[in-house]
Every structure is written in structure tokens, then in C-alpha cells.
Design a protein around this ligand. Sequence first.
Ligand SMILES: CC(C)(COP(=O)(O)OP(=O)(O)OC[C@H]1O[C@@H](n2cnc3c(N)ncnc32)[C@H](O)[C@@H]1OP(=O)(O)O)[C@@H](O)C(=O)NCCC(=O)NCCS
Length: 151
Amino acid sequence: MKDDLDRIMDVMDAAFDPAWAEAWNRRQVSDSLALPHTHYLLAGPDGEPLAEEGDAAGFALTRFAPGEEELLLIGVRPHLRGKGIGRALLARAFTEARGRGAERMFLEMRDNNPAASLYRSMGFEPIGRRKAYYRLPSGQFLDAITFGRDL
Ligand SMILES: CC(C)(COP(=O)(O)OP(=O)(O)OC[C@H]1O[C@@H](n2cnc3c(N)ncnc32)[C@H](O)[C@@H]1OP(=O)(O)O)[C@@H](O)C(=O)NCCC(=O)NCCS
């Protein structure tokens, strides 16, 4: 029987293009979830919180630190994109982060990730750039853009 780590990894494997080397492996996810301040959200096919059984359509991983929450990863299965699941996951992440006392949310993404439109439409603004922060499997370097948003 699948547990939530299996459900996250199923989406991870489907959602992230290996060309960008952004996906985490099972060990990275389980180690991070063993820490007290890392949290996950799972969504069903309509973006709703996932019921106990069944596969997830999407997930988000976040980490709380006093006053702020970081969005570590968000992914939605390719065939279920464009239906608002990513938006629903982010909205729930905002609510949960506020409940933990966070006043800001941050995230970092590679410069050319189309997910920037999702982040901007959800109120994030670019606040920083790290030059040549990511090294791709191809050997190419990409900047990291930091986005932030008040909660
Ligand atoms: C980013 C991601 C999670 C978005 O999930 P989603 O369920 O398709 O997002 P939504 O349907 O809620 O999209 C909301 C808005 O974001 C924008 N958007 C989302 N993905 C986009 C894309 N690939 N290209 C352009 N715009 C995009 C759109 O403006 C969309 O608004 P609209 O529906 O009014 O057009 C999904 O594309 C994904 O899993 N990508 C691969 C993993 C990844 O790169 N994650 C982010 C870095 S950790």
C-alpha cells in the first residue's frame, strides 16, 4: 500500500524534467520530512486536499523558519496541468504557513522556469538573483531568481 512518500515520489518522477536536475530523490525527500519544520501538501485531481487513498495529482514541500516559510518544491503531473492544481497547492501553503506564524514566503527557481507566471499570478515578486547558481547536467549555468511574498 502506498504511503505519502510514495505519492510524492510518483509525482516527482512524472513532473520534473531531468534536463534541469531539480527533482529530489526519495532519500532527500524523506530526510527533509524527518526534520521538524518541513511540511508537505498533496492535491487530488481537482486541487483538493488528497483523501487517504489514491494517487496524488500534485504536491508541495515547504520549510518553516521563524517568521517565514520557504517553498522548496512544487510539482503537478503533466497531464493535469493548467487546471489550477498548482494555484490551489500554493493557496493552501499560504494558509498553513500563516497558521505557523509565517509573515513572508520565499522561493528560489531557475531563471527560465515557466512556473514564474504561476508565482507572479499568486502575488510573488522577484527580489533577488544569484548569478550562475545552478549547473545543469549539460554543463550550462543558470541564474537563480528569488521570489518573495507577504502572507
Ligand atoms: C509549475 C507547476 C507546478 C504549475 O502547476 P499547474 O497545476 O499547471 O498550475 P495552475 O494550473 O494552477 O496554473 C496557474 C497559472 O500559472 C501559470 N502557469 C503555470 N504553469 C505554467 C507554464 N508551464 N507556463 C506558463 N504559465 C504557467 C498560468 O498563468 C496559470 O494561470 P491560468 O490557468 O490562468 O493560465 C507545473 O507546471 C509543474 O509541475 N512544473 C514542473 C515542476 C516545476 O518546475 N516546478 C516549479 C519549480 S519547483
